[in-house]
Design a binder for this molecule. Structure first.
Ligand code: RM4
Ligand code: MN
Ligand code: MN
Length: 394
């Protein structure tokens, strides 16, 4: 047990997860939005909410920014972001260009048949890289809505070539310490083909882009029942796993709270990563990020719930007995090998996590502390009176 406590503390010490600015704003489904009076509208409010989550959990030092929604002036807005970072105690994290909302992107961005639109998309990415550099952010994270809805309407190979071209040009704009993360998704908003449909396409495009490009795995971007931890293991082996967008799903890209549907899958992903670290003797260089925007749950409450769940599952994965596991695997001792994972997953890590929090001056139960701390009441009073202002997202 003592040994377990040490492993849990080690795991918590090295685990950090990035919050999404859009997770604090009003969002919804394509059918409607249910507005929350406390939802953040301005970038200052998003920093304030993220700072509060970090103050309660100690695990979220960075905030992902969406260029169009948060820093529409690009690098010109960097000074204001720096001011907010200092004020609220969270740094700017990954920078997310927006290549899907402008009217010109109706038929795609990097894959658009019009050269002028492809050039505009490329320029937006280059500008986003400049913004990232001004903010000392390492990762520029690309998600494309590009694709087509009907067979025969798009030249798939030609679009692939345009993607290679634009990704190479974007990569050329990176500073020496920056990375380009390439996200994949097999459906939505395009429903016949998407230009980067799966991890294999993302891997090939990342390789074609250049040595500082990596693949980003959004846990909601797979076909049902796909083995995501196997993809993670392969990307680790290829040295191309750049980061995650965490969320749970039941059917499609549901963006549900992490671990709410299948906590064992998240555990298995963390297990593959920590086993890789154990075997290679060094940390895997991975950006853990949350990509959730709760529509019905309270936004900050759900974000704290997510962070606490991520910490607990990461800590559980740290408890796998590797010597026993690897021996059992070698001997094809199936049940014993499986038990190694199940024992770790079944361990109650909550007491050790509470102790870790207390030792760092954090509330033992961040959700309870949030409910009792008065922050929600304060921001509701301040934000509710103004006209409801839904975000432009989803
Ligand atoms: C996509 C994808 C991206 C996110 C957009 C808004 O489904 O997950 O990461 O930026 O949604
Ligand atoms: Mn995502
Ligand atoms: Mn998504």
């Amino acid at each position: 047990m003592r040994n377990n406590d040490v492993r849990i503390v080690d795991a918590l010490q090295r685990f950090a997860v990035e919050l999404p600015s859009w997770g604090f704003a009003n969002t919804g489904t394509r059918f409607g939005k249910f507005l929350q009076p406390a939802a953040a509208v301005t970038i200052e409010e998003k920093f304030s909410d993220a700072g509060h989550v970090h103050a309660l959990t100690g695990a979220c030092p960075t905030l992902a920014l969406h260029v169009l929604w948060d820093v529409p002036d690009g690098a010109g807005g960097a000074a204001e972001i720096d001011r907010l970072s200092a004020l609220y105690g969270v740094r700017a994290g990954s920078i997310n260009p927006n290549l899907f909302q402008d009217q010109q992107y109706k038929f795609g961005s990097f894959g658009n048949p019009e050269a002028g639109v492809r050039a505009a998309a490329r320029q937006h990415v280059v500008d986003s890289i400049a913004l990232a550099r001004a903010l000392r952010c390492r990762d520029v994270s690309l998600w494309f809505a590009d694709g087509s809805n009907y067979p025969g309407t798009a030249n798939i190979r030609q679009r692939r070539a345009w993607f290679v071209e634009n990704l190479r040009a974007s990569h050329a704009a990176l500073g020496p310490d920056q990375r380009l993360l390439v996200e994949y998704k097999p459906f939505e908003p395009a429903f016949y083909h998407t230009d980067i449909a799966d991890w294999g396409m993302a891997l090939l495009l990342a390789r074609a882009a250049g040595p500082q490009a990596r693949v980003l795995v959004d846990t909601g971007h797979h076909y049902l029942s796909q083995n995501v931890e196997q993809i993670v293991a392969w990307l680790l082996a290829e040295g191309l796993l750049g980061g995650f967008h965490f969320n749970d799903r039941r059917y499609a890209d549901d963006d549900l709270t992490l671990g709410s549907i299948d906590p064992y899958q998240v555990f298995r992903i963390f297990h593959e990563i920590q086993l890789f670290e154990h075997e290679t003797g060094g940390p895997a260089d991975i950006a853990y990020m949350i990509d959730q925007s709760h529509n019905l749950k309270g936004k900050i409450e759900a974000m704290i719930q997510t962070v606490a769940m991520a910490q607990a599952l990461y800590a559980k994965a740290a408890l796998v007995d590797y010597d026993r596991l690897l021996r059992a695997q070698r001997q094809a001792d199936l049940v014993r090998a499986e038990e190694c994972l199940q024992d770790a997953f079944a361990t109650d890590v909550r007491p050790a996590i509470r102790d870790w929090r207390a030792a760092r001056g954090l509330p033992a139960d961040p959700l309870e502390a949030f409910r009792e701390g008065g922050y929600l009441q304060k921001i509701t009073a301040a934000r509710a009176p103004r006209a409801a202002s839904p975000s432009s997202y989803a």
